[in-house]
Design a protein around this ligand. Structure first.
Ligand code: GLN
Ligand code: ZN
Length: 764
């Protein structure tokens, strides 16, 4: 019998219940016991869904209150001492690591959080010491959750982040120089103990996630795979069987690191179906193959016929006993259930499949290959019908959009003049001081804003009433910026629920959902719109608000748009045309918006591209260069329609550009604002090395945490930046938008930021 398996399930619940529970706990509105009870309820609900769908192998320990890597950090005793010595209880220590803690005299910034591979999920980076030790906690979460499921009558397959992935994704703490991978010998005993406890608890098989195998790996990491899995093989009698899981790419370039004696190897055959033969050839003689054929990263219904063919191809080589049908990756990156979407057009809804539906798909595929297609003929027939309907629907094609794409000229990618000419004109117009201060776009999204937006959705207030409310919010935002003494203003984005969804709702070719949330980090979720067809802009999207904001402001008002690559990356893209085609369509729509903003008197326009890097193919080489080429072109196409005197900004939520700096530079943006407060200022060296001529605002404080940075702290940061950037190049701004913050901490932090800027203005 061919078994069906799921690598991980979304945690939030049907109505983002986990988000609500954690945020209520953080706000002091509920107790820890209530939070834990809710988490337990959710785990059970999710296991039950999978069981009812007929899934054979159901994961546990895929759950986390904040992040799964963070859970490992804590359970391995790998939290830096400054957190463990703060006298917080374990759950609060956990949250302090994830989101910082500033209460009762304890002042801890969070650990660094970064994107999980090329997804929009963020994990907490293990941050290790030169004299790091590891110790397994008394009650490991993986064991507790396995037992919890078992008690409910469901025997699960626990999921662990593998030791090599844990260390490869780790970094040395500030001031430390350890290469994390060197810590493997110290870490392995912790895995031995944890795996032994899981076996003791009754877990026959454990899924051990080693997705870093899809990267180009340094020799040391490759060697670590050998060491770790030879070690586990030697201990095999004491340990559960291991499913060695990789995803988000192919592993053909690293086949020598695939362990031969594990029970099974999992590969992502959605992303890289062509790797099947090579992987099969590299398997140990008894090792099974878990074939990921149901996409864990997207919302499209699986083409069951094609998936079954892939599984059959594996069976032909290995036999039924050695094949497992699986999701390509964890379903963490898909929304919970399609059943919640009551407003979706029926034609389109028929094309989709969310986590709950994907669970059934996995089970159906397994049944089809076990018992023969006749056993699931009704399902297969219905599926073929949906797949065909989508392929032939008129909703996917817009001839006008295609025509415009075919008419793009080389000159459409260039500004009128080079930067020196542009900046001269911009300075004349904007008259900014040295070290100009600005923010990245959004201001706190208050309860009141959400309330009014809800009322509008429900029809309880009119469009006009809502517009007036937004204008009042903008008035207030402008007044606050007057008070703070900022130099380039933003309107604060009160009208936007989300930086991509907002645009998706205003573009043709998009579908949007009401409940399709996916976790981005911690309690934060996003609801990506879905690109279903060719994209165009029926009407201006942001001009009304920006124009109003400019009219009530005495300082330059920055228009705020989400760039084509980010719109694409943070949407669920089509899987029937290449992403470059979708990006180009978005770019043309945004180009019109940029020009319309300029016409409305907006002299500074920021086009955010925080998702540019996460779209980078995970490995260097041809594929990566091809991506950068179309991504840069899309950005340029969207921004180059303006006059020289209009200042184009762009924003990135990170400052690690080393690998693709040529592309960042090629964007030709007049001003870049980037994350920097949590990274090393040394990363700014790339700007020096390449004699980068344009302006840069490296973030001077972290906005992911409610913590308020002192003026002194910000000055130190700016001082560091001035070692790399010229004073006339440097803008002063926070790391990112402020929508997730409260007003009190936002104002306090910005006061300190503006004062720090003034300090340097006087000095230079
Ligand atoms: N302009 C956006 C904001 O401020 C940028 C957010 C982002 O980079 N993620 O919210
Ligand atoms: Zn950002």
């Amino acid at each position: 019998m061919v078994q069906s398996s799921i690598l991980g399930f979304p945690r939030m619940g049907v109505n983002r219940d986990l988000k609500k529970a954690t945020e209520a706990y953080w706000a002091g509105k509920t107790t820890q016991a209530e939070l834990l009870a809710e988490a337990k309820r959710l785990r059970l609900a999710h296991w039950t869904i999978q069981k009812d769908a007929g899934v054979d192998i159901i994961p546990s320990n895929d759950f986390a209150l904040y992040d799964q890597v963070l859970s490992h950090i804590q359970d391995f005793g790998a939290a830096p001492e400054r957190y463990t010595s703060a006298n917080l209880d374990p759950i609060d220590t956990y949250f302090a690591l994830g989101r910082g803690h500033q209460k009762n005299g304890v002042d801890l910034p969070s650990l660094e959080m970064v994107k999980w591979f090329d997804s929009n999920y963020h994990y907490v980076k293990p941050t290790l010491q030169d004299n790091q030790t590891f110790e397994l906690t008394a009650k490991p979460k993986a064991v507790a959750e396995f037992l919890e499921a078992k008690e409910a009558g469901i025997v699960t397959r626990p999921v662990l982040v593998g030791p090599v992935t844990f260390l490869h994704l780790a970094k040395a703490d500030r001031g430390q120089s350890v290469d994390p991978i060197d810590l493997l010998p110290k870490l392995l005993p912790v895995y031995d103990a944890l795996l032994a406890q899981l076996k003791e608890a009754g877990a026959e098989t454990v899924q051990i996630d080693e997705p870093v195998l899809v990267f180009d790996l340094p020799a040391k990491t490759k060697a670590a795979f050998k060491t770790a899995y030879e070690h586990f093989a030697a201990e095999a009698a004491k340990l559960p069987q291991l499913v060695f899981a990789t995803y988000f790419g192919d592993i053909v370039h690293n086949l020598e690191s695939v362990p031969k004696d594990v029970y099974a190897v999992h590969v992502d055959l959605v992303r890289n179906p062509e790797q099947l033969d090579a992987v099969v050839a590299a398997l140990g003689p008894k090792t099974a193959l878990s074939v990921g054929v149901v996409d864990g990263r997207n919302i499209w219904k699986t083409n069951l016929k094609r998936a079954i063919e892939t599984v059959e191809a594996a069976i032909a080589k290995l036999g039924k006993e050695r094949v497992i049908v699986a999701t390509s990756s964890s379903l963490l990156h898909t929304p919970h259930t399609l059943a919640s979407e009551k407003k979706l057009d029926a034609e389109i809804a028929d094309w989709f499949s969310f986590a709950v539906q994907k669970a059934s798909e996995v089970a159906v595929i397994a049944k089809a290959v076990t018992e023969g297609p006749a056993a699931v003929s009704a399902e297969l027939e219905a599926n073929a019908k949906s797949v065909n309907a989508r392929a032939t629907s008129s909703r996917t094609n817009n001839a006008e959009v295609k025509k415009r794409q075919s008419e793009i000229k080389a000159a459409d990618y260039d500004r009128k003049s080079a930067f020196p000419e542009r900046i001269a004109q911009q300075e004349k117009k904007l008259k900014l001081p040295l070290f100009p201060t600005t923010t990245i776009g959004s201001f706190p999204q208050t309860k009141e804003i959400r309330l009014q937006r809800n009322k509008l959705t429900k029809g309880e207030i009119t469009e006009a009433e809502y517009d007036r409310f937004i204008e009042k919010e903008i008035d207030e935002n402008v007044r606050i910026q007057d008070e703070l003494g900022l130099d380039v203003y933003v309107h604060g984005e009160p009208e936007r629920n989300d930086m991509v969804q907002y645009f998706g709702e205003r573009l043709d070719g998009y579908a949007f959902t009401t409940h399709a949330w996916v976790q981005s980090y911690g309690s934060r979720c996003v609801r990506p719109p879905i690109i279903v067809g060719d994209i165009s802009r029926p009407a201006p999207m942001t001009v009304k608000e920006s124009k109003y904001a400019a009219s009530v402001s005495s300082k330059p008002m920055k228009g705020m748009l989400t760039g084509p690559v980010t719109c694409l990356r943070w949407s669920f893209p089509r899987d029937d045309v290449h992403q470059s085609v979708q990006a180009e369509q978005l770019a043309l729509a945004l180009r019109d918006e940029v020009v319309d903003l300029e016409k409305a008197g907006i002299d500074v326009i920021q086009v955010d591209e925080p998702a540019l890097r996460e779209g980078l193919p995970l490995r260097a080489g041809k594929e990566r260069e091809a991506y950068l080429d179309w991504a840069v072109k899309a950005f340029r196409l969207s921004t180059t329609g303006v006059e020289d005197s209009t200042q184009i900004h762009s924003h990135f939520c990170y400052s690690e550009f080393q690998d693709f700096f040529h592309a960042i530079s090629a964007l030709d943006a007049d001003v870049l604002s980037i994350e920097n407060s949590k990274s090393d200022a040394k990363l700014l060296k790339v700007f020096v090395d390449s004699a980068y001529p344009r302006h840069i605002g490296p973030g001077v404080y972290d906005i992911h945490s409610p913590r308020i940075p002192s003026e002194e702290e910000i000055r130190v940061r700016i001082e560091e930046m001035l070692q790399f950037l010229k004073p006339e190049q440097l803008w002063i701004d926070p790391d990112c938008g402020l929508k997730t913050r409260q007003w009190t901490e936002t104002k306090a932090a910005l006061v300190n930021m503006v004062n720090a800027a003034k300090f340097f203005r006087e000095k230079y």
